[in-house]
Design a protein around this ligand. Sequence first.
Ligand SMILES: Cc1cc2nc3c(=O)[nH]c(=O)nc-3n(C[C@H](O)[C@H](O)[C@H](O)COP(=O)(O)O)c2cc1C
Length: 468
Amino acid sequence: MTKRIKLGVFEMMNPNNGMPTWTDPRGRGDEWDNLEYWVTLARELDDAGFDFLFFADTYGYATLEGSMPNEVAAHGIQFPALDPMLAIATLARETENLGFVVTSPTTVERPYAMARRFATLDRFTAGRIGWNIVTGSSQATTDQLFGVTEVLSHDERYDAADEFLDTCLRYWEHSWQDGAEVRDRESGTYVDPEKLHAVEVAGRFQRSRGIFAVPPTPQRTPVLFQAGTSDRGRAYAARNAEAVFIQGQTIESAAVHVGDIREQAVRNGRSAEDVSVVTGMTVTVAETSEEAWMLREEYENLLGLDDAAVMFAGITGLDLTGIDPAWRVVDLKTDLGQTLVQRYAKQDPDMRVGQILDQFRTKAIRGFQVTGSPVEVADEIERIVDGSGIDGIMLEPTFGGTAAYRAFIELVLPILAERGRTEDLQGEVTLRERFTGAPRLAQSHRARTLTARAADDHHSIGAETNES
Ligand SMILES: Cc1cc2nc3c(=O)[nH]c(=O)nc-3n(C[C@H](O)[C@H](O)[C@H](O)COP(=O)(O)O)c2cc1C
């Protein structure tokens, strides 16, 4: 059967979106902090039938040995930035069907506050919200900004993320029984107290006790995205995520990640289809192949080596300019982001440090690079999806502004639609329905084995829950 491709867009609320494009006339250097810019983008994506608009985000910025390198400020390397979550209510109001996914780290926020904000957005967007769960990039900086005194190791941060999510799930899924919100004027009952359950968590990383203040929302739990494909990150995704965001590099390496995540999901009592995988992708398309390749060459020359080194250090904590270029990449160790280091180590076990920057400079954190005429691009997207098992793509803007999306919408989307690759969902649907067909978490999701009180948890999938 021809697989339909979920369509998203990968954005950050900063001047550059990860490549130094703010000075370019095609960029958004003067517009990124204007809400109207995002409203216009959201409307265009909504009209074109995209499934979702995704915001990467971090509280931090790149630092080296505790300080911000000059390049970060001077060249706007993922800095400065606004909080995308605060734009979602407006973007949802100005669109009809588009979903929104917001990245929020488990290392900075507290579960109850996060659960409340996402639940509020689920109400205001009528179920069009997703949460991209990350343990967080720029970890060294956020630890400083938030005065963190207990610095956790890489894997401990994921352990803490497990407890964080479980606490949120207890509030979203188990604090209110269905039907608790009666709003009955005659009896004078707003909420049936018998149908409320106090959450009780006293874990290693999280402590929380009480009743959720937000009534159940269309999806209850936002669609659970996850990003971070280290070994521990994939294990986390297989247990928890409904959609995993990867930056696929080759069909082969993406297929290995997709296969591994799905296998682990099955071992966790879920079915392979319970986890969708979406990849970042930069599409450079023009009427002719030659024009497209000229554009590609142009933006590949945007990022200088120093900027690339700073960006790499911000994510991994590794300053490559201070490491012997002849060192093998497999010997690099980091307690911050491992996905990026493993990407190069797995690509070629003999790769040297000196080679990373050359490669990173041309594409930074981006995923698949697809370039060519409209038909060439459509063919390549189909090859990637069919060859890797990936379920969707998230487009990255080449020069920062909306031109790349418009080119895709005008030139590529009609071809994919004609080939039966796009989904044409009618009417208002929740974001989860776009992924799983149902507005609520699947019965096989681990959330169903949880209860309001951690001490009462069921230990098998499919156990009784509070819901009808
Ligand atoms: C494709 C991708 C996108 C990511 N986007 C973000 C993001 O927007 N914000 C953030 O704080 N972390 C983001 N991360 C996650 C952090 O890099 C990750 O939590 C951290 O590096 C530790 O996990 P890891 O070792 O599994 O990579 C992303 C990771 C990947 C692979």
